[in-house]
Design a protein around this ligand. Structure first.
Ligand code: ADP
Ligand code: ASP
Ligand code: MG
Length: 411
């Protein structure tokens, strides 16, 4: 008998028929003798609808109230799922984050899990129930509802798999696994059979939303093998696992994009020691994560500072930086929420030159202007205008021939 955690995303539970179909799939798995823990997202579109509703009430919604709202979508799907199971004559129980005591810190809308009460779930499993847990939510020590950040149901599933010492953690979604790029953007995207945690971390951090980055970090830390696969087919998906000797790192493992980026520029700030700290401290205090940073050294004693923040934090960040601009004596601050980051990722890049130049060449051939560039050992990212995202992704995927296996050769 195995203990299996299965997570189904929003499109997998988008309507009553789909919820019933997913319940049938889970019941089949239980009938084979397995103990089943199911993590569900809200019906697709629901969480976005809530974000939109909140925006109609307050320009920057109160974070505590936002979490009360955002967490409600998962409450709907888990209860309907439990009813579907009971309607089919088996037993299930739906549990919210606070009932499973998924305890988090107090950072509303992007809370981090601190602990989970695994015994309570085990108790229900031992009485033969399918346990259905609301993804994406937790509770603070004080009893306030929190959410884990968009896409956070993946993280709930992996955290539960780790806490329960589950035999398998399966992430069911609307594509057949992890691809070399988003298969909904590029038709020649190729499914990857096995990928290491580290490569998946890179892909997720650069925008491949098929897995929430925090779920991958947790899976790596607790050695939980993840199987990402389709809800709608029986096909084997992608295994996210530890590196082993039979796996060679691909030269370029994927092309990713993120439209969740916004640019902010401080123009003409005094180029003096401590300026970066004065600019970035208040942003970090507001709980906003800065990604790329570029500082120009200008002639004279002034400089420009440009950086990116998640577009969901753009308005909050602009409020903060307007205050800072006055304090540090910047000539002006400007921002642009309509940018995107396109990245080429691959561990094999470490020992190969020329990837960056190919990327720049392809973007220029497509007449796409590069606004910012950032590189690390295993990735190159370019910020471009958001409207060119799909064009850039397809052109780069073709240029690096990702539709074929591209293991590095000795040539
Ligand atoms: P779920 O609601 O099941 O959590 P998501 O929408 O969060 O699903 O993630 C699945 C989507 O991720 C796919 O529909 C696809 O468009 C997108 N995606 C982006 N990059 C990739 C990639 N490299 N491989 C697979 N899917 C990707
Ligand atoms: N429903 C949440 C979201 O849309 C969590 C998730 O689907 O993983 O972000
Ligand atoms: Mg998701």
């Amino acid at each position: 008998m195995a203990l299996i955690v299965q997570k189904f995303g929003g499109t997998s539970v988008a309507n009553p028929e789909k919820i019933k179909a997913v319940a049938n799939r889970v019941m089949e798995c239980q009938k084979k003798g397995n103990q089943m823990v199911v993590v569900l997202s809200a019906m697709s579109g629901e969480t976005n609808r809530f974000v939109d509703l909140a925006g109609q009430m307050q320009s920057i919604p109160d974070p505590r109230e936002m979490d009360v709202l955002l967490s409600s979508g998962e409450q709907v799907t888990i209860s309907l799922f439990a009813m579907a199971v009971k309607g089919a004559g088996l037993d299930a129980i739906s549990l919210l984050g606070d009932q499973v005591r998924i305890q988090t810190d107090t950072m509303h809308t992007k809370a981090r899990i601190k602990s989970i009460d695994a015994d309570l779930i085990k108790g229900h499993l031992n009485t033969g129930k399918i346990v259905v847990v609301a993804g994406f939510q937790g509770v603070t020590e004080e009893g306030d509802i929190t959410t884990l950040g968009r896409g956070g149901s993946d993280t709930t599933a992996v955290a539960l798999a780790a806490a329960l010492n589950a035999d398998q953690c399966e992430i069911f979604t609307d594509v057949e696994g992890v691809y070399t790029t988003d298969p909904n953007v590029c038709s020649s995207a190729r499914k990857i059979d096995r990928i290491t945690y580290d490569e998946m971390l890179e892909l997720a951090s650069l925008g491949a939303k098929v897995l929430d980055i925090r779920s991958v970090g947790l899976a790596k830390r607790y050695k939980v093998p993840l199987h990402v696969r389709s809800t709608f087919t029986e096909t084997e998906g992608t295994w996210v696992v530890e590196e082993d000797k039979t796996m060679e790192s691909m030269l370029v493992s994927g092309v990713t994009y993120s439209k969740n980026e916004a640019r902010i520029t401080f123009a003409k700030v005094p180029d003096t020691p401590g300026i970066a700290s004065k600019i970035f401290n208040p942003i970090s205090d507001a709980g906003i994560v800065v990604d790329m940073i570029i500082q120009n050294t200008r002639a004279g004693d002034m400089t420009d500072m440009t950086f990116t923040v998640p577009s969901t934090d753009y308005e909050k960040a602009m409020e903060v930086v307007k205050k800072t601009a006055a304090e540090v004596g910047a000539e002006r601050v400007s921002g642009d929420p309509n940018i995107a980051k396109v990245s080429v990722v691959g561990v094999g890049m470490r020992n190969h030159s020329g990837i960056a130049t190919t990327m720049f060449h392809i973007l220029s051939r497509e007449n796409i202007n590069i606004i910012m560039i950032s590189t690390s050992e295993i990735k190159i990212s370019c910020v471009i205008e958001e409207k060119y995202t799909e064009l850039a992704v397809r052109a780069l995927h073709d240029a690096f021939e990702l539709e074929k296996d591209n293991l590095p050769t000795e040539e």
